[in-house]
Design a protein around this ligand. Structure first.
Ligand code: FEO
Length: 393
């Protein structure tokens, strides 16, 4: 591992996880990830900002040894999730004089998740500061990015905002600072879509809260650091804005080809109307790609056959995910084929209760799609185009 000095006596001591391909046993990581931790040596005290995922604890310790860190006074925990807090017990064992600096909520969660004893904590409130001598840490509560206890730490003299997951990206690159801007923004968008999107409203408030801080660097806990913070702050503003794009997403699965034929026909009809269409074959798609597309799309059409009496399990999985991510979709519907009957539409509708969408008439077909069914799909394409036009997109 490499230890970098970001500013005078402010060091990157985190770890890249080049080979990790799945997060939370759920989220695909095409570019790996990193767990960023930072060591700040003040004239009087030393602070460590966050730690790393437990399997990478030894690498964090090696980085601290490289810097000849003999004592740590404060171990700031911006967020309880174990990819940042998991190595705290190891740090406390090696540096027994260290105190864990956390807000009240975070302290409670750390006790639950890592069994850290009460006497190890210093709790901080919104706006409180801790002096390291010639450097000052200021704590800014930014809840729900993406847990209730999340906060940022601002290093006043060096104008660095340590934002933890907020503004992060799952990207295990060798660059400390953003070099390939489009690539990082794409990975940050994927990251936003997967864990931040359900909290759009509160993210807006958090951005308004941090913006008055005079930061020159955003140092998140995943992915490269931003020395032009405007690029990621503006990207977030765009992603959380109410505006949607002229895009229809069609996650689908097909058993005997009928639903697929309907999907492909609808794609053509939508394309003829100048609409961007993104199909996702649910038997092989990267769900992160679907999540990322949900950030801006206006409409979703779920394509599913009926299995026994309900939707295909792959479609249920997808709609459960979409519902949990609460994207700003405006319209939704369902198309597909069934054998003899079932409650597919009802079941899917019951799994979409978080979505504030207008439900357009579904097109469900018994057996193979026939002439009248294709006509119904054509009408659906016309309806979607008209609805998008009303939105002026
Ligand atoms: Fe990177 Fe919410 O943990």
């Amino acid at each position: 591992m490499v230890v970098n000095e970001i500013k005078s006596r402010v060091f990157y001591v985190g770890v890249r996880d080049w080979d990790r391909r799945l997060f939370d046993d759920l989220i695909p990581l095409p570019d790996g990830t990193s767990y960023n931790a930072y060591l700040i040596k003040g004239s009087e005290k030393t602070a460590l900002i966050d730690s790393v995922d437990p399997p990478k604890s030894a690498e964090l310790m090696t980085n601290l040894e490289r810097l000849k860190v003999e004592s740590i006074d404060y171990l700031v925990c911006n967020h309880t999730e174990q990819d940042h807090s998991g190595a705290i017990p190891d740090v406390l064992e090696k540096y027994p004089g260290a105190k864990v600096v956390a807000n009240q909520k975070c302290k409670g969660l750390l006790k639950d998740h890592l069994l850290i004893p009460e006497e190890k904590f210093i709790t901080v409130e919104d706006g409180e500061t801790i002096s390291l001598g010639d450097k000052t840490l200021e704590f800014v509560m930014t809840p729900w990015v993406h847990w209730p206890e999340t906060m940022c730490t601002y290093l006043r003299e060096d104008k660095i905002l340590f934002s933890c997951d907020f503004f992060g990206s799952h990207l295990a690159g060798s660059d400390l600072f953003v070099q390939n801007e489009p690539k990082v923004i794409e990975d940050a968008k994927r990251y936003y879509a997967e864990i931040m999107m359900p909290f759009r409203g509160i993210i807006k408030k958090n951005i308004e809260k941090i913006e008055p801080l005079d930061f020159e660097i955003i140092a998140p806990s995943h992915g490269p650091l931003y020395d032009k913070p405007g690029i990621i702050v503006n990207a977030y503003k765009e992603w959380i804005a109410d505006k949607v794009e002229n895009v229809v997403l069609i996650p689908y699965v097909s058993m005997h080809g009928s639903t697929e034929a309907m999907v492909f026909f609808l794609i053509e009809k939508l394309m003829e109307k100048g609409i961007t269409v993104k199909p996702f074959n649910l038997t092989r798609t990267d769900l992160g790609e679907l999540a990322m597309s949900l950030v801006d799309a206006a409409t979703i059409v779920l394509g599913t056959p009926t299995v026994l009496t309900g939707p295909h399990p792959a479609a249920v999985y997808a709609v459960t995910l979409v519902n949990a991510l609460r994207p700003k979709l405006k319209f939704a519907t369902i198309i597909g084929s069934y054998g003899w009957g079932g409650k597919t539409v009802e079941i899917i509708k019951n799994n979409m209760t978080n979505l504030k969408v207008e439900l357009l008439d579904p097109v469900l077909v018994k057996g193979v799609p026939k002439e009248e069914d294709f006509k119904a799909l054509e009408k659906l394409a016309e309806k979607i185009a008209a609805k998008h036009k009303e939105l002026k997109i």
